[in-house]
Design a protein around this ligand. Structure first.
Ligand SMILES: Cc1ncc(COP(=O)(O)O)c(C=O)c1O
Length: 369
């Protein structure tokens, strides 16, 4: 197992972060719309902390479920155009909870080869039989499907967090319908970013709750917060609430976080310039990277822009050189990504400027030449 190394951040604002008193341009965060430090989010958080204090004090099933949680669940259900939403304290817990509730040892689960650790751990814990299809390959998933089984679950992500490519969820929805399989989609990197109104992958492909019955929406990325909602029809959500041990047996999210997350949701809905600017930066990045013939892992319109380096040590050296030049970027190596595919994972966000991107791409091109 590759060891992880943490870098201590003392300050974060707009397009930079401070590490060891050095200010670096931030190309690593998932806070794509820069809402974590938005003045209205901070104000809502301050006021809510004054009202509710810090922790929720108990699990939701005991005394940890507040009016703030209910309100956030209702607002998220409305935003996502779904019957009901259930708030978990993290995306990891949401995936674990949903999968262990909807799958058991009599279930066949079909998951993308590149699915997130929380999905794979959830499947393992459920004791379901796991079938992994090659990345974004609907055909392959289709050939694996056991048509004699009554319990088939297909699970994948909307935007893959290490490649930045969009999964053909419309086709997976057709496949699931054809075989009466349950479809679970993790929209961690699509929410807030995809779709005209930022509703994520279902808006991007114009899919309804009937197409994607179970949607997991982590709030730690474009919403600049933490936690996740699982949404779908009322009986499915009730079933998840009753069955998910990662929901029942854990302290509920602090109510002040729920209030601040609602402020973030309002900004997602109102400050559309954030999403528009991000989209124009993504387009600019792709164009300039292609002009420099950089090996982009995907040219889809998502904020995760990974550049293939392949060799682990080279990727690590590049990361160090980028830090020295004032860019905060992480390299990702196996086993997080497949062997020989070490990469620079660049995250774009709406506070970056085109000139930051140009400087970065010039420097990467120079290092790769
Ligand atoms: C695709 C995906 N799903 C789930 C998670 C977990 O979400 P959280 O950070 O809220 O636990 C992440 C975050 O790393 C992710 O990228």
């Amino acid at each position: 197992m590759l060891s992880i190394k943490r870098r201590e951040i003392s300050h974060k604002e707009n397009n930079f972060i401070v590490i060891k008193k050095r200010s670096l341009i931030n190309f690593t965060q998932n806070d794509y719309l820069c809402l974590a430090t938005h003045p209205l989010v901070k104000k809502a958080f301050r006021n809510a902390a004054e009202k509710y204090g810090l922790g929720s004090g108990a699990s939701a099933s005991l005394a940890g479920y507040y009016d703030a949680h209910r309100e956030l669940e209702e607002r998220m259900a409305e935003f996502l155009q779904r019957d009901r939403a259930l708030l978990f304290h993290s995306g990891f817990a949401a995936n674990m909870g949903v999968i262990t509730t909807l799958a058991d040892r009599h279930t066949n689960v079909y998951a993308d080869k590149l699915c997130h650790a929380s999905i794979l751990d959830g499947i393992q814990l459920s004791r379901a039989r796991l079938h992994r299809f090659t990345h974004n390959n609907v055909e392959h998933a289709s050939t694996l499907l056991d048509q004699s089984s009554k319990k088939n679950v297909i699970i994948t992500e909307s935007v893959f967090s290490m490649n930045g490519d969009i999964s053909p969820i419309d086709k997976f929805a057709q496949l699931a319908k054809k075989h009466q399989a349950m479809l679970i989609i993790d929209d961690a990197h699509g929410i807030g970013v995809l779709g005209q109104n930022g509703r994520g992958i279902t808006e991007h492909f114009q899919l309804s709750q009937l197409d994607v019955p179970c949607l997991v929406t982590p709030l730690g990325k474009a919403f600049g917060s933490m936690g996740a909602v699982v949404s779908g029809n009322a009986s499915l959500i009730e079933h998840v609430m009753q069955g998910a041990r990662s929901y029942r047996y854990t302290t509920a999210l602090p109510p002040a976080i729920a209030i601040a997350t609602m402020a973030a949701l309002t900004i997602v809905q109102q400050e559309t310039w954030r999403r528009e600017k991000l989209h124009s930066l993504i387009q600019f990045f792709n164009r300039e990277a292609m002009l420099r013939r950089l090996p982009l892992l995907s040219t889809d319109f998502t904020p995760i822009r990974s550049i293939l380096v392949a060799d682990n040590q080279r990727a690590l050296n590049m990361q160090t050189m980028l830090h020295e030049k004032g860019f905060f970027i992480s390299c990702i190596r196996p086993p997080t990504v497949p062997a020989n595919s070490a990469r620079l994972r660049i995250s774009l966000h709406c506070m970056l400027e085109e000139k930051d991107i140009l400087k970065l791409l010039d420097f990467i091109a120079e290092m790769l030449s």
